[in-house]
Design a protein around this ligand. Structure first.
Ligand code: GDP
Ligand code: MG
Length: 599
């Protein structure tokens, strides 16, 4: 039996993880030059376009050492975004080691550090690697020092490579063998296989990616998912190369896939333990969690006839994205739609883009918000209520207390940007915790922040006020009391539920004024005057007016030129498609996201 090494790559986005992975695959012959397609691990269109790895994947390589010994390498790819931290933790658990890859010109970033700490917590062997040494701007000495400070290794232990030129890759492969311990191989115990990823296939059901921790799985055996107690048969099992390679058994230490006509990803969840029905394990592998959405938004079809299409699209998306949740809701303004829950803002954007791209459905989304815990009086009793839709926040008089989620944010930045970052965090109701000076003029600033203040445009603001240099990482802390109110928007006296938002009382006036101003810009003039008001409960706090106008788009056409006239009319129709009638007022889609586009 050849030895096995299971490892992953920890790197900040753009530090070259995918490129380096491609080189490893090439050198071990896992892919031929002909099959070589840049960045083979990012296999969804969307991922490739955005240059991010959303789902984790795994690939088996046959490494031949310089002495001719053959070793099996399993490279487990992990998602690179803070929204997917749980999936990252499960992928790490499937490994005995991690390559810590740092860009020679960029240095260590916050996201890398949190994943690195998770890996260290899970006792993974860390192999430090400086990548992109070919870059003219490479600062190998400075970055080495950062890595030494971070993990306490020796300067000489840091490998130097270029994923682009292939420099240092052979030494890196040998280091993976030498430094990372092999997995336990207790193949006679009851089966415990960790699910570190699963994808949905229309024809075959869920395809589950596993790392066998103990025991052996044979083809055809009865299997059980321990968290959901669902049972199936392991109809097909195998290894993951570029293609799936069938096999008869998977043993302790190995990585592979299992197919068993599993009807839904809900049954085969990341982090769950797979065992056999005949000789089941007593305890699952620890650490399983149900994923919990953090950010919510309404999703409505622009054309209400598309409601059923939207429902079936969401159903299909959920089949291969177990962390997406949704339920039907109705809005007076927008009609029938759904309230969807996401892991974070990136996840939300991905879902919206897929609805548009893969299902071609025009949707209106409402401003994202977090989930609040509201204590309200009902018949002189305090009742707890979870609110994930601003329009469901009770009126001010009825609310006893509102609790909102807080996060702990860690921001790493060159020290010249400390000022702007602290201003931003202060403005977002942050509590300063501390700052830690690191090597090379970098500082790690820690703040506690209301999550609601971060889901808006915090990340963009952070990037723009630091010329892109600062990086952000956060984790959920707890629910805390907040003086929060529901801010309503009224058009000609009618409240538009889809435009309500929840805000801190101190910010309500400013927000109300700005929202009215922005809506005045976004809502086109109508045939009658439109009053825009912002209100807290029955108290109006801001007001703007859109004057009436008789709209006649063909007026410019001086008669005669029919085709030009038609074009204009068609263009207006196009524009209309993305409008929604709210009462008698036509409101464009952008208006529902107005809060996001304010400075
Ligand atoms: P990932 O986001 O960590 O997967 O990073 P990618 O592998 O997608 O690389 C990000 C960018 O850096 C791409 O434009 C790559 O072409 C470039 N890149 C990756 N490795 C190297 C390297 O060793 N040298 C240079 N000069 N560029 C690299
Ligand atoms: Mg990548």
């Amino acid at each position: 039996m050849p030895e096995i090494r299971n490892f992953c790559i920890i790197a900040h986005i753009d530090h070259g993880k995918s490129t380096l992975a491609d080189r490893l695959l090439e050198r071990t012959g896992a892919i031929t030059e002909r099959e070589m397609q840049e960045q083979i691990l990012d296999d969804m269109d969307l991922e490739r376009e955005r240059g991010i790895t959303i789902k984790s994947h795994a690939i088996k390589m046959d490494y031949e050492r310089p002495n001719g010994e053959k070793v099996i390498f399993n490279l487990i790819d992990t998602p690179g975004h803070v929204d997917f931290a749980y999936e990252v933790s499960r992928a790490l658990k499937a490994c005995e080691g991690a390559l810590l890859v740092v860009d020679a010109a960029q240095g260590v970033e916050a996201q890398t550090i949190s994943t690195l700490y998770q890996a260290i917590d899970q006792d993974l062997e860390i192999v430090p690697v400086i990548n992109k040494i070919d870059l003219p701007g490479a600062d190998i000495e400075g970055v080495s020092q950062q890595i030494v400070d971070l993990i306490g290794c020796d300067h000489k232990d840091i490998l130097q490579v270029s994923g682009k030129t292939g420099d240092g890759v052979d030494l890196l492969l040998e280091a993976v063998y030498e430094l990372i311990p092999g997995p336990g191989r207790e193949k006679d115990k009851p089966l415990k296989a960790l699910i570190f990823d699963s994808i949905f296939n229309t024809y075959r059901g869920s395809i589950v990616y596993v790392r066998v921790m103990e025991g052996t799985l044979h083809k055809g055996e009865g299997i059980r998912f321990m968290a959901t107690d669902k049972e199936y048969d392991a109809e097909e099992i195998g290894y993951l190369k570029l293609e799936k390679m069938k096999t008869d058994k998977l043993e302790a230490g190995e990585v592979g896939y299992v197919i068993g006509s599993v009807k839904s990803l809900q049954d085969a969840r990341v982090g769950d333990t797979l065992t056999t029905t005949k000789n089941p394990a007593k305890e699952p592998i620890p650490g399983y969690q149900e994923v919990k959405p953090m950010v919510f938004s309404g999703i409505y079809p622009t054309d209400s006839d598309d409601f059923e299409d939207l429902r079936s699209a969401l159903e299909k998306l959920q089949l291969n994205d177990a962390s997406l949740s949704y339920q039907p809701e109705t809005s007076k303004a927008l009609g029938f739609g759904f309230r969807a829950g996401f892991l974070g803002l990136l996840h939300m954007e991905i879902v919206q883009e897929r609805l548009d791209r893969e299902f071609d459905i025009d949707i209106i989304t409402t401003v994202p918000n977090v989930e609040y815990e509201v204590h309200k009086m009902e018949k002189s009793e305090v009742v707890k209520k979870i609110v994930d839709n601003p329009s469901e926040m009770p009126d001010p008089g009825k609310v006893e207390q509102v609790y909102e989620p807080y996060i702990k944010a860690s921001i790493i930045t060159p020290s010249e940007y400390i000022g702007p970052i602290m201003n931003l965090c202060q403005e977002r109701r942050g509590n300063y915790i501390n700052q830690l000076h690191m090597q090379s003029n970098r500082v790690e600033i820690t703040y506690e922040l209301p999550m609601a203040e971060v889901v808006f445009d915090f990340y963009d603001r952070l990037k723009s006020s630091t010329r892109g240099y600062a990086s952000l990482d956060y984790e959920f802390l707890e629910y805390r009391k907040g003086d929060l109110v529901r801010l309503d928007i009224l058009l000609n006296g009618d409240p538009v539920d889809a435009l309500s938002s929840i805000t801190h009382r101190d910010k309500a006036y400013d927000l109300g004024r700005k929202l009215c101003g922005k809506l005045k810009e976004l809502i086109p003039q109508q045939q009658f005057e439109v009053a825009i008001q912002a209100a807290i409960g029955s108290r109006v706090i801001a007001r703007d007016t859109i004057r009436a106008m008789r709209k006649d788009v063909t007026a410019k056409c001086y008669g005669g030129d029919i085709s030009r006239k038609r074009k204009l009319l068609e263009k207006q129709k196009e524009g209309k498609k993305r409008m929604k009638n709210v009462g008698s007022v036509e409101v464009p889609q952008e208006a529902f996201l107005a809060v996001l586009s304010m400075d």
